[in-house]
Design a protein around this ligand. Structure first.
Ligand SMILES: NC(=O)c1ccc[n+]([C@@H]2O[C@H](COP(=O)([O-])OP(=O)(O)OC[C@H]3O[C@@H](n4cnc5c(N)ncnc54)[C@H](OP(=O)(O)O)[C@@H]3O)[C@@H](O)[C@H]2O)c1
Length: 155
């Protein structure tokens, strides 16, 4: 199964200058809780921009650069092939961005872990394809800076 995890602002903003536009500790804790000991998938730009290592997760990085091979991660060079190969697996693969990877993976995602950031931020990267109408809300938590929702794709 393919899922996605994202934090998104009211204008569908998700990034600024290669990093997250916000520093929300609670939100990072939720990301950690949801992804610990799971398979996570992210684009090269997002992976290279991480402030530190993500421990105890199986990481797949998507890149078109066949020379790119950081330690301790799998690298896949064809995102769509990867998605088609794993969409019916029992194992959950969580797409963790960034913009180009979310956009291409969105139709394949059956579940979503989404933090709806309350404030508007200065952003240069968006997740335009995301539409709450595509989803059924299965869990909702109100936090001071964001509303966290777990979503299941409407069938
Ligand atoms: N708010 C959130 O939850 C969240 C989460 C993650 C990331 N972000 C933000 O998103 C931004 C980064 O997004 P981004 O779109 O610039 O980068 P990205 O999606 O992280 O990575 C793009 C990389 O993947 C490669 N790629 C794209 N499609 C591919 C495919 N089909 N097959 C193989 N390789 C492929 C690209 O190659 P080419 O460039 O050559 O096409 C590029 O190297 C940052 O600001 C980051 O902080 C936000």
């Amino acid at each position: 199964m393919i899922s996605l995890s994202v934090a998104i602002d009211p204008n569908k903003g998700i990034g600024y200058k290669g990093a997250l536009p916000w520093h929300l500790k609670d939100e990072l804790q939720i990301f950690k809780r949801n992804t610990m000991h799971k398979h996570i998938v992210m684009g090269q730009t997002t992976y290279d921009g991480l402030p530190g290592r993500l421990k105890d997760r199986y990481i797949t990085v998507i890149s078109i650069d066949h020379e790119y091979k950081p330690d301790d991660v799998e690298v896949e060079y064809d995102l769509i092939e990867f998605l088609k190969k794993h969409e019916d697996d029992e194992t959950e693969y969580i797409i963790c961005g960034g913009a180009s990877i979310y956009r291409q993976s969105y139709p394949y995602c059956r579940k979503a872990y989404v933090s709806f950031v309350k404030k508007e931020y200065e952003v240069d990267t968006h997740f335009d394809a995301f539409d709450l109408n595509d989803w059924e809300i299965i869990l909702e938590e109100d936090h001071p800076d964001f509303i966290y929702r777990e979503l299941k794709r409407k069938s």
